[in-house]
Write a protein that binds this ligand. Sequence first.
Ligand code: ADP
Length: 225
Amino acid sequence: MNILSIKNLTKTYSSGSRKLTVLDDVTFDISEGEIISIVGPSGSGKTTLLGLCAGLDSGSTGSVTLAGKDLQNLSEDQRAAIRNQSVGFIFQNFQLLPTLTALENVMVPLELKKRKDARAKAQELLDKVGLGDRATHYPTQLSGGEQQRVSIARAFANEPKILFADEPTGNLDTETGEMIEKLIFDLNKEEGTTLVLVTHDLDLAAKTQRIIHIKGGKIQEDAHA
Ligand code: ADP
């Protein structure tokens, strides 16, 4: 069963009279429970592709079917509802809300789901990522690795069917990177969550079951281990 199906996806940006094609006729499927990485040079379209797969943005042509729903014909609000239902996203630059504490950041998706136990569940998730004692800290009071772990706890909060992570170990020291890697892979092992990782870390990519190479917005290779 496919959790994600991308067909002939193209994304173009216009700047003045010029058109920039960032994704060019991309087609692939991802099965439930699969672990895949997307690799390629800087500027090749990886982040754009991940955002389209997760419904953060919509493509120019083609289709994205996520958890059985065709995202291309949906409004931003409808896409947001699907994201909140099925998707976890770990951003390259964490994207924590600066005015909220670590705990409150993790509570956001839980409150959107109107969970009465949002506070307790968020604390449990912070404990899981080893930051139980940082609950009242604001993002600026946390190191990069700690902020990344808060963003992981937030991504885990809505028990996603599929987790997208954009350079989850980028800019982190080896030890912190390994801890984050383990948290993400354990989610697949324990919950069967599908993992889609954008990475330039070839050691990390080599641990995934499948590697999609992208260059100039096109898939160059789709290699299964
Ligand atoms: P990667 O993640 O592989 O480094 P990106 O997906 O971030 O690549 O970017 C691919 C290309 O799309 C780059 O040339 C970038 O400048 C361009 N791009 C990304 N977002 C926008 C945008 N909102 N408007 C115009 N061009 C963009």
